[in-house]
Design a protein around this ligand. Structure first.
Ligand code: FAD
Ligand code: FES
Length: 279
């Protein structure tokens, strides 16, 4: 079971970065553990009885020098609305960092595939991957230009950045998984990145073996990227969203069906091997 990591942080900034989407920066206590990308915090957005449950948010960014943690969130209901009203200087009560994050291996290329607010945990994952000397390729999908947030942040650590919007108002028209419709396109990109020019050599040397995919976004997108990765024999880790109660493994309110039985998203997840989930 996760330790009950109770924390309080001072809000340094809580600003609307696009319509209904906020960036919140928290000053965390000095003893705050270094978060693993993909972990989340469970935030007390208000007082009971109106707010009995905390709300989970992925850690979008973290600076150990500044002791700052950032989340980005969309106002979708009363909890996120209450959070959006919080002001600079207010104290925020939260649990975290919680859950299991993305696991790095000996891959050379980390491919981030994010849809909508699902880009949140991928940002820290990409930043850390880059710091580890890995090549980062980001494929991000949004509804429209207006909803395309934090693209420049991803550009700062990405070797290649491909943006899709459903209405084509920025980048390519479509959704993030469209990029994977053609294996050849991906092989060419990876071949170019790794300096393997000939497609034949690329296949012989199995360049797809150098890639790991990290993904977060709508469930349908995660299922789809999992299927593609299975077909291509690519390792794929996905971060799942699920309704949460306690956030620390006690209530079983967040379970999902996996090949290993029911697992708690808050504790065994939110990051799982895509192929482990019973979609
Ligand atoms: C591990 C994890 C990380 C998350 N990270 C982020 C993040 O970085 N940024 C962000 O904006 N949101 C994130 N979410 C979703 C966020 O927790 C919910 O949007 C939030 O709890 C909604 O609270 P509310 O009271 O405003 O909405 P509610 O009134 O509770 O619900 C309003 C709407 O939001 C949907 N919803 C509520 N809770 C969830 C949930 N847990 N997952 C999916 N849909 C939900 C409901 O279906 C409903 O349509 C994350 C969820 C999880 C489980
Ligand atoms: S939210 Fe309670 S066990 Fe996961």
């Amino acid at each position: 079971m996760e330790p009950n990591v109770e924390n309080k942080g001072k809000i340094k900034e809580n600003i609307e970065i696009s319509k209904g989407i906020y960036l919140l920066t928290l000053q965390v206590p000095p003893a705050f553990p270094l978060p693993i990308p993909g972990q989340f915090i469970h935030v007390k957005v208000g007082e009971p009885p109106q707010f009995l449950l905390r709300r989970p948010f992925s850690i979008f960014d973290y600076s150990s020098e500044k002791g700052e943690l950032r989340i980005i969130y969309e106002v979708v209901g009363k909890g996120t609305l209450a959070l959006s009203k919080k002001k600079e200087g207010e104290e925020l009560d939260f649990l975290g960092p919680l859950g299991n994050g993305f696991r790095f291996g000996d891959e050379k290329v980390v491919m981030l595939v994010g849809g909508g607010m699902g880009i949140a945990p991928l940002h820290l994952a990409g930043k850390v991957a880059h710091e580890k000397g890995k090549i980062v390729v980001s494929v991000l999908g949004f509804r429209s230009k207006e909803r395309s947030i934090m693209v420049e942040k991803f550009r700062s650590f990405s070797r290649n950045l491909i943006v899709y919007t459903e209405d084509g108002s920025i980048g390519e028209r479509g959704i993030a998984t469209d990029f994977f419709q053609e294996k050849r396109k991906v092989e060419e990109l990876v071949g170019e990145i790794l300096g393997v020019n000939s497609r034949k050599r690329l296949i012989e040397e199995g360049c797809l073996g150098f890639i790991t995919v990290f993904s977060c976004g709508p469930r349908k997108m995660l299922e789809s990227i999992t299927r593609i990765c299975e077909k291509w024999n690519l390792p794929c880790q996905i971060s799942l969203e699920q309704f949460m109660g306690c956030g620390v493994g006690l209530c079983m309110g967040c379970v999902v069906r996996t090949k290993g039985g029911y697992k708690r998203v808050c504790t065994e997840g939110p990051v799982f091997e895509g192929g482990f989930i019973e979609w």
